[in-house]
Structure formats: C-alpha cells, structure tokens
Design a protein around this ligand. Structure first.
Ligand code: DLL
Length: 433
C-alpha cells in the first residue's frame, strides 16, 4: 500500500474525531479573537467559542461564502498579522474582484503535506519525474503540486501550462512519469501528441493527477487509453488551501478528504440543513489547522456526496464522490437542472465523437433552447452526409433521454471547438434574464 502518512491517513475514526474536535475548538477561539468579522457574526447568533464542545456543535456556527471574502477584500478575513503571511494566491473569478487567500509558513507546510499524500496515492515517489502543467502564478495548481512533489523528493519539471508541443517533446526527452494538469488539457496534450506523430509507447508516463474542473468517468477512460496511464482525480479550492483538499487512491472509489485539516459537511444548498452520508448536496468546509485564512463552514458550491465506510486501500479518511457540478454552473433549462458533466458522459459513451463539446444556452420567444456543439472525429467527418445526420439524431436522442428535455445537437468539424490550457469553458449562456 502506498501512503505518505499512514498514521493520519488510516487512523481509527474515534481518535481522528478527538483530534478534529481539539483543532476545531482552537480554530473557533482563534477566529473569534483575531477576525472581527467572525466575532461579529458569532455575537449576532449569541455564540461564544465555549459553546463549541462537540463536533456536532459545528452546525451552530454561521456559514462563510465567497461574497463574504469579496466584501472583506483583500485581507479582511486574515487571522494573523500581515508580517506572518508568506504567500498570496487568488482565484481568477470571472466577475468582480478575485478571491484573495494568504498562507503562513506553517500553512505552506500543511499544503506540502496534503499534496505529498495526494501524489503518493497516485503512485509517485522520489524516483518520479513530475511534469507540472498546471498554471504557475496566482492560481494554486502549479505551486501546490510543486511543493508536494518536492516534499516527496520527486524530480519536479515546473513547465507550467501552455506551449503544448514543447510540453510533449520534454515529456519524451525528460522521461516524465507523472503528469499534473487539468483533465481537459491532458486530452489536448494527447491530441497534439497524435498530430506530432509521437506514439504513447515513447512516453514513460505512468499516472496523472488531474483536477481543477469537473470531469466524468468516461473522460477518465479516454485519457487513460490515449496516454496509457492511470488517471487520478484531485480536488481542491484556493479558499480552503488549493489542490490537496481531497485525492483518489488506487481504488478510485471517491476522493479521500484530508479531514485532519479540513472538516467536510454536505448541506441542502437551499435550506442550509446538514444532509446525511450518501446524500447529494453542497460541500462545505471548515479548516481546522490553517493560520493565515481559517474559514468556518465555507460554502464551496460544489455538489457531491460523502461516504464514511473504510476504503479497500486501508485509509479511513472520508471519501467524496466525483464533483458532479457546481450550484452556480449548473444550468437550469426549462426548469430542469443540467450539469455539463451529464452531457459529457453521454457523448463519450457513444465513441464516435471527440470529447470536445460546448453548450450554448439561449432564450428564443421566451423559451430556453439548449444547443450542444459536438466535434466529430476525423474518420466520421469524411463519411457521407447521411451518416452524419444519423449520428446527429442518435446523439440528440441519447441526450434527450438522459436530460428529459429537448436539445439541438450540431456536429462541427474536427478541431473547431476552442481548446483550453487550464479550466475548459463548457457553457455559453446567452440568456438575458
Ligand atoms: O482549482 C485548485 C486545484 C488546482 C484543484 C489543481 C485541483 C488541481 P480554484 O481555482 O479556486 O482552485 O477552483 C476551485 O474548481 O470549487 C471546483 O468547482 C473546481 N474543482 C477543483 N478540483 C475539482 C475536481 C483549484 N477534481 C473550484 N473536480 C472548485 C471537479 C473541481 N471540480
């Protein structure tokens, strides 16, 4: 079995809960004394830190949202003097100001540890060559994986994202064994490799740690076969720490949450009510070891479910299912909730099309219309028109059967949908509501 920290990763739940409670109590005390925003929020609810005596008391605490971070931009929720902050990251955010996060030296140490766990679970060790094709910079992907890979003693190739042909050349020349990037970029790399006439047998690649955006099981299969690797899902968000919040083991039955650092809950996004094991809802985290920016019940907007039974790998850390979407990139079409990942699954199951697609939503005569642009493979594209029409019909039916609403499918030429080097943009919503 591959563990980085067997003691923490496989701890009996009772012992783990004792540690969690101790850390939670300390965190609540710390934010109450050091962050005026939290003190005010707790006072409004008539709470003092001493009210937190049990893990179930977590539910008494107020939620924190992305808007709260924005309202306190840039450093208002930091819990240490700014002289203690050694690193700032920020999440891009398509609207308004970015979300700013700060780390103390100790926080960077925790981040390296949770990323070391992540990489070791994906088969990496000191002999690995880890090519980091996540962006370096304010985005947490590049530097997060970087510190974890250094912690385990692997050889780091800090290439960052972009420059796709060079990525592939260096992957061959440097003997890369572990690839780290978004799953959509992994597919783009595979496609470019084919174009360059490089066969997967020329690579030493064994595994990949892919995350930062939702991806389906079928997309996993696609990446695994095109690159001849085992593809691991890794999850995280800047506000909580970056990548390293949760990771898959070799059994790939959900991602183990590093819950000795991040306490998860699943809530009903509408009512805020805490849901039980196995129920789908919004994932919420309370950080219990972070110093720079501790967060209480932070609403991620990611939708998933938790499972507490022991995993075959021996880890006792709770598992979260693959994220099926976000409460906010969920598109509502004619009242039906639609996640891009549902459509991706249908497309990839068919095999005749490429895993490149885009959803265009519009409102025509007060009616929502969903158009699905799908790239056909080179092979199919050279076929006669009749065959393409049949394929279009087949895809339309398969998507309509899954979603229960009517859609318009449009097949497009190979390589016409824009490729991404980071997070893929799957939805274009033209509705003005
Ligand atoms: O994306 C951190 C990260 C970097 C994770 C590299 C994994 C690998 P943000 O830019 O703050 O941080 O975006 C966080 O991305 O709330 C999810 O909606 C989404 N996300 C991250 N990982 C996954 C995943 C990084 N494995 C937001 N599956 C999160 C689905 C993911 N969605």
């Amino acid at each position: 079995m591959r563990y980085w920290d067997e003691h923490m990763e496989c701890m009996e739940r009772g012992t783990l809960q004792e540690i969690q409670l101790k850390r939670l109590v300390e965190t609540v005390k710390r934010v109450y004394t050091s962050v005026p925003y939290y003190r005010k929020k707790m006072q409004e609810l008539g709470l003092i830190p001493e009210d937190i005596k049990d893990l179930s008391d977590l539910q008494k605490l107020p939620f924190t949202t992305k808007q709260d971070l924005r309202d306190n931009y840039p450093y208002g929720l930091f819990a240490v003097p700014l002289s203690e902050i050694v690193r700032i990251h920020a999440s891009s955010g398509t609207t308004g100001k970015p979300t700013v996060v700060g780390y103390t030296k100790h926080d960077i140490g925790i981040w390296s540890e949770v990323m070391a766990r992540t990489l070791v679970a994906a088969g990496a060790d000191k002999h690995s060559f880890v090519q980091i094709a996540y962006g370096y910079g304010l985005f947490t992907g590049g530097l997060g994986v970087h510190y974890g890979a250094e912690r385990i003693g692997a050889s780091v190739i800090p290439i960052s994202s972009g420059n796709t042909k060079r990525q592939i050349q260096l992957m061959v020349d440097f003997g890369t064994t572990v690839l780290a990037c978004t799953p959509s970029y992994a597919l783009y790399l595979a496609e470019t490799m084919e174009e360059m006439g490089i066969d997967k047998s020329q690579l030493k690649l064994k595994s990949g740690v892919f995350g930062a955006e939702p991806w389906s099981e079928n997309m996993r299969k696609e990446i695994e076969s095109k690159l001849n690797i085992k593809a691991y899902d890794i999850y995280g968000l800047s506000e909580v720490i970056g990548p390293g919040v949760a990771f898959e083991c070799e059994y790939q039955c959900g991602m183990h949450i590093n819950e000795d650092h991040f306490l998860p809950e699943i809530i009903n996004p509408e009512t805020g009510e805490v849901l039980s094991e196995g129920e789908y809802g919004e994932l919420v985290f309370t950080t219990i070891t972070k110093e720079g920016l501790p967060l209480i019940r932070y609403r991620t907007r990611d939708i998933t479910a938790l499972h507490y039974d022991r995993c075959k790998c021996g880890r006792t850390l709770v598992r979260m299912e693959k994220v099926i979407g976000r409460t906010d990139d969920m598109i509502i079409i004619k009242g039906v909730n639609v996640f891009p990942s549902q459509i991706e699954s249908v497309l990839l199951e068919m095999g005749e099309v490429e895993p490149h697609y885009q959803l265009i939503v519009d409102r025509v005569n007060n009616l929502d219309v969903l158009e699905v642009l799908v790239e056909v493979s080179e092979r199919m594209f050279s076929d006669e028109v009749r065959k393409l029409e049949q394929l279009e019909k087949k895809i339309t039916k398969a998507i309509e059967d899954t979603l229960g609403i009517s859609v318009k499918v449009r097949l497009v030429e190979p390589k016409t949908i824009e490729r991404s080097e980071g997070k893929a943009k799957r939805v274009i919503d033209k509705r003005k509501i």
